[in-house]
Design a protein around this ligand. Structure first.
Ligand code: 4AD
Ligand code: MG
Length: 464
């Protein structure tokens, strides 16, 4: 049995002079007839440990030949001060065990410098690249920081269901969940599909948001957050949309819109600061390789106060901009990301929180303003991304909420439980949703949302 392995992240920080064992995958091998230098990576850090393998040692020809890019090894040897530049310590190999070869003729990552598009086609192997290793470690750190942020504030993590019978959120098209035989669906007397025979005895779908159930939690526990997968069946083939993405949705009793904005701003700044403090090596790598302004951009967001502006004022700025937008802009339109990015990147040059949108382009549950035209919505708009957060103060009045539901002609039979929160002990409350992958686009500087989630689901693509 090989000795216990130490993670390369730890080995690189250790003082030389001890025997150690590293296990990982070969990134590169170079050298000559007498000596090999192997860069080994185990995913614990972006950095490799250098293995020095003196061929006069106890290594067979065959073993040395099999050590190629992608092969998996266990290496035991002395941790010594490195002779070369670029690393403080390296391992003088005494014993090498080969776990798995990677035929250089066939291993898809044999060479460096593959395009992101190509790597998406080999999503099963791309975590082994430096770039995806960095992105996935940052993704983990952000998930952890999200729980830490809310836990430290006394929020309760509420698990809302993925399968839902309510289709009233209005956030997007839904994926149906059924066990009916779709080749031969049971029909009722009117000739319509008889969902009473379906698994749940009714029509069900995958959730587009945990908010409505989140509100039930807030009306009991005070402050809650959800953090889970979310599904939208729109045919949006953009660098910012996924069919399956993760969303964080805090919901707070007794918060008005200003409190909601304060929390959203504090939350994002906390996460960006956490990344700078805890993911320095990975961010530096991404900064060097892809986006020379990444770290500066992250720092600038922390150091700046977000602009707060109403939709109506935002429209005025866009109309006066003289800019030629693909989608024309006037009061009442839903903003496109070109409009959002104009405000953020060109006009203000910092994040913007836009509030008080026309009620007709926002969801039924948003608190109605006295003007009869707008609602207490808030979208947080970010450089490079556009909308990163969507939220609002919620309509807490039973009368106003039910009237709006009626106006919109919505079916209330599946929403009675939601409306009950306004019948029994209603309270002012607010919340928002942060798209986890949109956050990661910002933090990593990646250009395409498919490259910040391990297994992207998009129209016509769910292979892995
Ligand atoms: O603005 P949205 O649709 O808001 C809601 O779902 C509310 N229920 C949130 C709440 O108030 N609790 O979505 C919230 C965020 C967006 O701002 C965006 O960051 C992200 O979710 N998002 C997506 N991310 C990736 N792919 C998609 N298709 C997304 N749709 C929304
Ligand atoms: Mg939105």
């Amino acid at each position: 049995m090989t000795p216990k392995r130490q993670r390369i992240a730890e080995l690189l920080a250790m003082a030389p002079g001890v025997e150690v064992t590293a296990k990982g995958w070969v990134r590169t091998k170079r050298g000559n007839k007498n000596i090999s230098f192997i860069a080994l990576n185990d995913g614990s850090t972006i950095n490799n440990i250098q293995i020095v393998c003196d061929h006069s040692g106890n290594f067979s020809e065959e073993l040395l030949k099999s050590i190629t890019t992608g092969a998996c090894l266990a290496v035991t040897g002395q941790l010594v001060e490195s002779q070369g530049s670029g690393q403080k310590v390296e391992i003088l190999a005494k014993n090498i065990e080969l776990y798995g070869t990677a035929d250089p003729e066939k291993y898809p990552l044999q060479k460096k410098g593959h395009s992101m598009e190509f790597l998406r086609e080999i999503a099963h192997l791309r975590p082994r690249t430096n770039t995806f290793g960095a992105v996935l470690r940052i993704r983990h750190a952000m998930a952890f920081a999200i729980h830490k942020f809310f836990n430290d504030k006394g929020f309760c993590y509420l698990h809302t269901p993925l399968i839902t019978a309510s289709d009233a959120e209005g956030a997007g098209a839904m994926f149906q969940v059924t066990t009916l035989d779709i080749e031969n669906t049971p029909r009722n007397e009117e000739g319509k599909i008889d969902y009473t025979q379906d698994f749940f005895g009714r029509h069900t779908s995958l959730t587009v948001s945990g908010q409505l159930e989140g509100e039930l939690g807030a009306m009991a526990l005070g402050n809650i957050y959800t953090f889970g997968p979310t599904f939208r069946a729109e045919n949006s083939n953009t660098p910012r949309h996924l069919a399956e993405f993760w969303m964080i949705e805090p919901e707070m009793a007794f918060y008005e819109i200003e409190d909601n904005m304060d929390l959203a701003e504090e939350f994002i700044k906390y996460l960006v600061q956490y990344a700078l403090d805890n993911c320095a090596d990975d961010l530096q790598f991404l900064n060097n390789m892809f986006d020379k302004e990444l770290i500066d951009r992250l720092k600038s967001v922390i150091g700046t106060e977000f602009v707060r502006l109403t939709y109506t004022e935002g429209i005025k700025i866009l109309e006066a901009s003289g800019e030629k937008f693909e989608y024309p802009v006037h009061w009442g339109v839903d903003l496109q990301s070109e409009h959002e990015r104009y405000l953020v990147e060109k006009h203000f040059k910092k994040p913007v929180i836009l509030t008080d949108y026309p009620k007709d382009i926002k969801a039924f549950y948003m608190k109605q303003n006295d003007d009869g035209k707008t609602v207490r919505a808030m979208d947080v708009l970010f450089p490079k991304i556009g909308e990163i957060i969507g939220g609002s103060e919620r309509e807490s009045s039973y009368e106003k909420l039910t009237k709006r539901i009626e106006e919109l002609g919505m079916d209330t039979t599946n929403l009675w439980w939601y409306i009950d929160t306004r019948r029994f002990g209603t309270a002012p409350h607010s919340g928002f949703g942060l798209g986890f992958e949109r956050l990661l686009l910002f933090v990593t500087g990646m250009q395409n949302i498919r490259d910040v989630i391990p297994f992207p689901r998009t129209p016509k693509s769910a292979d892995f």
